[in-house]
Design a protein around this ligand. Structure first.
Ligand SMILES: [Zn+2]
Length: 491
């Protein structure tokens, strides 16, 4: 058996695997139970930081690969910038430092001596990219510059939850520089669409795209756009952001170039990122009372093969199970053969269900006689006998079906929990009851937005670029509306 991502220790009893708080009873407890029991992450000796365990990290790697492919296909290249940023660099862009200062961790000593200038541990890297871009960019011929980095960042957090909000987390951050404002805006929206396509295709997690309000935009950006998903408890998750930085950072860091008309101009910038938060999104979008439900595209194991130990199974069933494993692996399927004899099949079924493996293949002497395997789907719990002949094709088709089913189910859930309202009482009742997205007209005032948050805990998640209807009057103050906004309680 492949031990790499498997359990390190033998559990105390077979009932141990069912120790998950039901989702309907306490969603937040359920989430933490799943993270721990599926061995996705664990708490670390440093408060607010998590250890991502192999099974959780394998999910992140699959997300990473899926995104990295897409970024490279659209002309972006990877680089790596330092973890430390001199404090003076962060303070160059006023709004930026104001936004991030409360969350910054400082290094004051190194090599046993107090540093002349404190270093900050990057909360994001606009400052250091900006500094280097000022050196590297001279002419319009150097543009666009389309860099991305995969890295860790640190933002000091008071309240943390594995994957959703931790003091240190992993992400990618893209930083681009362009000749014109229009090109920067085009890049910002291109990435937003790329995120949406990646998250919906690979994570089976439907998202809405739109622009953030002024109060929710990135510190130092001209405009921020986001993708927002609805989790199983009706709360929204910001799953990725893309910022048009305008010339703010170019002016702060003096990133200039000689334009085609020989004039000297500041570049137009963008930055954008998604993080390990997406793993939390997958858990909360698809999971159920039995634990994790993974979309096949990001499942470390898409199939688990469980041999049924009857008679001299090690001479009969096991070789056949190995043969099936090899066939599937050759067909590009990620497979775990659970041949541990210290556990019963029943225990293994519960264990791999909890860990969200999309398909379970059971094989015993009777199946071999009939030349079939018993296949159980994690998403619908349907079981069917599948002929061994043409197994790779059947399994691949089933995995595609599961991927689609999970997405459709999540879309259905979101639609059921989305309501268009124009009356404030109705708005408040909806947020008190079964929360979800409320689409409502908004006047554009920050005071009104803040009041809505105080009254209902809901914030503007974003404002779609193409509103379905013309906005009427603000849901709260009755002034003429400027935009149609999607509100929700959010993570
Ligand atoms: Zn208003």
């Amino acid at each position: 058996m492949d031990e790499k991502l498997s359990m390190a220790k033998k559990p105390e009893s077979e009932s141990f695997v069912t120790e998950i708080t039901p989702r309907s009873q306490d969603f937040s407890r359920w989430y933490l139970d799943v993270v721990r029991r599926a061995e996705l992450a664990d708490y670390s000796p440093v408060k607010g930081c998590m250890v991502i365990r192999p099974y959780g990290y394998a999910i992140w790697e699959l997300i990473q690969q899926a995104l990295d492919r897409r970024l490279k296909a659209t002309g972006h290249v990877n680089a790596y910038f330092p973890l430390f940023i001199p404090e003076s660099l962060l303070t160059k862009e006023a709004k930026h430092v104001e936004g991030f200062a409360p969350q910054v961790a400082y290094v004051t000593h190194g090599g046993g001596e107090e540093l002349e200038e404190r270093l900050i541990i990057r909360p994001t890297s606009e400052a250091i990219f900006g500094t280097m871009y000022a050196k590297w960019i001279q002419s319009w011929r150097d543009l666009p510059l389309l860099l991305n980095q995969w890295a860790n960042v640190v933002r000091w957090e008071k309240v943390t939850r594995p994957f959703l909000r931790t003091t240190e987390f992993l992400w990618q951050e893209g930083h681009t520089a362009h000749e014109t404002e229009a090109e920067a805006e085009e890049e910002t929206l291109k990435i937003l669409e790329l995120y949406k396509e990646m998250v919906e295709t690979e994570l089976a997690m439907p998202v809405i795209t739109g622009r953030k309000s002024e109060s929710e935009k990135f510190a130092g950006a001209l405009r921020t756009y986001s993708i927002e998903a609805l989790m199983g408890d009706g709360r929204a998750l910001q799953a990725g952001t893309s910022h048009n930085l305008g010339q703010n950072f170019a002016k702060a860091f003096d990133i200039t170039f000689q334009a085609r008309d020989k004039s000297v101009q500041h570049v137009w910038g963008t930055s954008w990122g998604v993080s390990t938060r997406l793993v939390g999104g997958v858990i909360m979008t698809h999971g159920d009372d039995s634990g994790l439900v993974l979309p096949p595209n990001v499942a470390p194991y898409q199939v688990v093969v469980v041999p049924i130990p009857r008679g001299n199974w090690q001479e009969t069933v096991l070789p056949k199970a190995r043969e099936i494993q090899q066939q599937l692996v050759a067909g590009g399927v990620r497979v775990m053969l659970d041949d541990r004899d210290a556990y019963t099949p029943g225990w293994k079924f519960a264990e791999w269900e909890l860990r969200g493996v999309p398909l379970r293949l059971e094989i015993g002497p009777k199946d071999i006689e009939k030349s079939t395997v018993l296949v159980a789907r994690r998403d619908t719990r349907e079981k069917q006998a599948v002929p061994m002949d043409g197994l790779v094709a059947s399994i691949s088709a089933l995995l595609e079906q599961i991927q689609r089913t999970l997405f459709d189910r999540a879309v259905q859930f979101r639609d059921d929990r989305t309501q268009r309202v124009s009356d404030y009482e109705e708005f408040k009742n909806f947020m008190d009851g079964r929360p979800g997205f409320v689409i409502a007209p908004w006047c554009g005032s920050a005071a009104c937005e803040a009041q809505i948050k105080t009254d209902t805990q809901a914030t503007i998640r974003n404002m779609p670029m193409t509103a379905a209807t013309l906005p009427g009057r603000c849901v709260r103050c009755d002034q003429p509306a400027q935009a149609e906004a999607w509100f929700a309680k959010a993570y």
